[in-house]
Write a protein that binds this ligand. Structure first.
Ligand code: HEM
Length: 431
């Protein structure tokens, strides 16, 4: 289609920039400023809420419109598939939950979601999170050392993540997993060249080592499972995926290598996101003493109640502190940890009056929606009270830190619980 014909058919307006590089340089440059959404804002004012550009080697349609984003995320009829840079696709493999589509994706997404949201898991993991947070905080009291918040929170959340996924506790195995995983993810954004010595090659080697270790655990678990009758509540995501295989009619079993691969790939969305949210929450609170004071007050009240009754906390106690939940929502809105998702259209799709032609990529920008003054008054201000007016923010068209629709983050509630517990113990034990 020529440019004129494209526009006549409803392909959003926009510029393709320079030959080959398109508008990539400006896109990346804006990413390094304090306002990465400037790239979107500039084009939005020229062409409207949905526009066309050319970045990272691809012609792409960018949506900053909450309604268009919603349709893309809902993905009725499986017309939008994930679309990642080549290095990510190479490292994930085709049967990763992050890349899969259709029936198998729905099934895996559903069983993991049910497990991660279950009260049984939350009951159990609350004790683990408390223990890990308390232990970590106790080491911060040593005044002779600097505390690097992001490193510390990363240690806490990695420990929880590997417990939930494959029941590994602190020790040599966890250290190995952490080391190799860090090496593996270094290659997610790199040149897609797979020759000895290149970044991608090293990352693939680390994935091999991870797979070897995880496959062994999965195989042992499968053998144990075959021996025992009483299954009880699953211990971790390995159990969940193995049982799903066992309960089907045998023709649709999830293969063991599929399970091992997915356990590793599921660490990707969980590894950086939660510690980043914890770290920036502390930064926002440090800059806003009034919000911090209110948070301390609310959490001290809970602590006093608990000390008085000598009862342990339940996950519901942590999740029912309204101001703390507002702080978390506001942190997620402002931090835009996952600022957009990328999809590719498998056929022509018309949304509102826009045409997304078959084969084109769409970037559904969450940060543009979160930072738009039409949706949020003074969007650059950290204002947890704004959520009092709109009610508890779970997910809506204009609030999508965890995505939405078919691929809505299954770790949503677990993440909020981890952050709530972390903030509670931080503000009630440290100054
Ligand atoms: C603050 C923390 C987190 C944020 C902001 C976040 C955000 C997101 C977003 C935006 C998506 C959608 C991606 C897409 O549509 O392509 C997603 C998917 C996903 N997240 Fe999270 N996430 C967080 C924590 C976690 C944790 C702790 C876990 C694991 C326990 C997790 C596991 C997943 C998985 C497996 C998917 C893929 C779902 C699918 O494609 O069906 N996330 N996350």
């Amino acid at each position: 289609m020529g440019k004129r014909e494209e526009e006549k058919n409803g392909v959003p307006r926009g510029s393709s920039g320079w030959p080959f590089i398109g508008e990539t340089l400006e896109f990346i440059a804006c990413g390094y400023t304090s306002r990465p959404v400037t790239f979107m804002e500039k084009r939005k004012s020229l062409y409207g809420n949905v526009f066309k550009t050319h970045i990272l080697g691809k012609a792409i349609i960018v949506s900053t419109d909450p309604d268009v984003n919603k349709v893309v995320l809902q993905n009725h009829g499986n017309v939008f598939i994930p679309c990642y840079p080549k290095s990510i696709c190479e490292l994930l493999g085709k049967s990763s939950i992050l890349q899969m589509n259709g029936y198998v994706h729905k099934r895996v997404h559903a069983v993991i979601g049910v497990f991660l949201k279950s009260p049984q898991l939350k009951d159990r993991i609350t004790r683990d999170i408390e223990k890990t947070v308390r232990l970590s905080l106790s080491t911060w009291m040593d005044k002779s050392r600097h505390v690097y918040l992001q490193d510390e929170t990363k240690k806490i959340t990695f420990e929880i993540l590997v417990r939930v996924l494959l029941s590994i506790g602190p020790g040599e195995d966890m250290d190995f997993l952490k080391r190799e995983f860090e090496e593996f993810i270094k290659g997610l954004i790199c040149l897609p060249i797979k020759l000895p010595g290149t970044r991608l090659y090293k990352s693939l080697q680390s994935k091999e080592k991870l797979l070897k270790m995880v496959s062994q655990i999965v195989e042992e678990r499968k053998m144990e499972m075959e021996k025992t009758e009483d299954k009880g509540f699953p211990n971790d995501v390995i159990d969940v995926l193995l049982r799903d295989a066992g309960e089907s009619d045998g023709t649709h079993c999830l293969p063991l290598d599929f399970i091992s691969g997915n356990i590793i790939e599921m660490m990707i969305p969980g590894e950086e996101t939660v510690p980043t949210a914890m770290t920036v929450a502390v930064k926002f609170l440090t800059d806003n003493p009034t919000a911090l004071a209110r948070l301390v007050e609310e959490n001290m009240e809970l602590r006093k109640q608990k000390d008085f009754s000598c009862k342990e906390y339940s996950w519901k106690d942590y999740m029912s502190l309204p101001f703390t939940q507002n702080v978390i929502s506001e942190t997620l809105r402002l931090a835009n940890i996952i600022n957009a998702v990328w999809r590719k259209a498998l056929k022509d799709v018309k949304i509102k009056d826009y045409l997304i032609p078959e084969g084109w990529c769409v970037l559904a920008s969450f940060s543009s929606v979160h930072m738009d003054d039409i949706n949020y008054e003074n969007p650059y201000e950290f204002d947890p009270w704004r959520w009092d007016k709109t009610g508890a923010a779970v997910s809506s068209n204009t609030f999508t830190p965890f995505g939405g629709g078919q691929r809505l983050c299954p770790g949503l509630e677990l993440s909020r619980l981890e952050i709530s517990i972390f903030l509670h113990h931080l503000v009630t034990t440290c100054r």
